[in-house]
Design a protein around this ligand. Structure first.
Ligand code: C5P
Length: 218
């Protein structure tokens, strides 16, 4: 029997992170926040002179980075021993992450790192290509989305809660550019996997979404 996987894909601000964490907790399964791997690489690159375009250097940094995830109430991420959790959520980190995520060579290097999270008793995997590329054999797949306004509003609230100062108009522009890049890229674009359950979370409570996802597993 393969180790069960539930994939939850969708654009930024659809509620994937919150829903995935709660579902993983309810099921007692492991949790993969694949976006944080791309975000960690973006931060690792800030510490080098590689920039966001030098593919050979970016691949070298991706291969060398040691990531440590501590999944408590909040995800704590250490990069080569240094706690980078605070910088992970910045929109500038997300934007850099989406630029390097468009490089097929980078995705290839990070593939195994993501597949390694598949451990017993099961895995909830959150990202853009979990159901299409990383875990195509997952038996349960979900595609979460919400209106552009709702997604920007949620990201805004999240950042404000973390006391990260943002301008809503700027944020809408950045999220829009990031989503467009994620959908239009050639390598593993954001797309709904065949057979995935489509959920529009715009007017749903978090609990209602969690229940709908859990019903799929039951
Ligand atoms: O989900 P999150 O906002 O943390 O992801 C940051 C960026 O990482 C996304 O905008 C996307 O470009 C990239 N990403 C990806 N594939 C994934 C997860 C994230 O390309 N599975």
């Amino acid at each position: 029997m393969p180790i069960p996987v539930l994939t939850i894909d969708g654009p930024s601000g659809a509620g994937k992170g919150t829903v995935s964490r709660l579902v993983a907790k309810k099921l007692g399964w492991n949790y993969l926040d694949s976006g944080s791997i791309y975000r960690s690489l973006a931060i690792a690159l800030q510490q080098t002179s590689a920039g966001l375009k030098n593919v050979t250097e970016i691949v070298r940094v991706a291969q060398a980075m040691a990531l440590d995830f501590e999944c408590g109430d909040e995800l704590i991420v250490k990069l080569n021993g240094e706690d980078i959790t605070g910088r992970l959520g910045l929109e500038s980190t997300g934007s850099a992450a989406s630029q390097i995520a468009a490089l097929p060579e980078v995705r290839r290097v990070l593939l195994q790192k993501q597949q390694d999270f598949r451990r017993l008793p099961g895995l909830v995997a959150d990202g853009r290509d979990m159901g299409t590329v990383v875990f195509p054999d997952a038996e349960n797949k979900v595609f979460l989305t919400a209106s552009a306004e709702k997604r920007a509003e949620r990201r805004y609230k999240q950042l404000m809660e973390k006391e990260i100062d943002v301008n809503l108009a700027e944020l809408i522009k950045e999220i829009d550019a990031r989503d467009r890049r994620d959908m239009e890229r050639e390598a593993a674009p954001l797309a709904m996997a065949a057979g995935a359950l489509y959920i529009d979370t715009s007017d749903m409570t978090i609990n209602a979404v969690v229940e709908e996802v859990l019903n799929l597993i039951r």
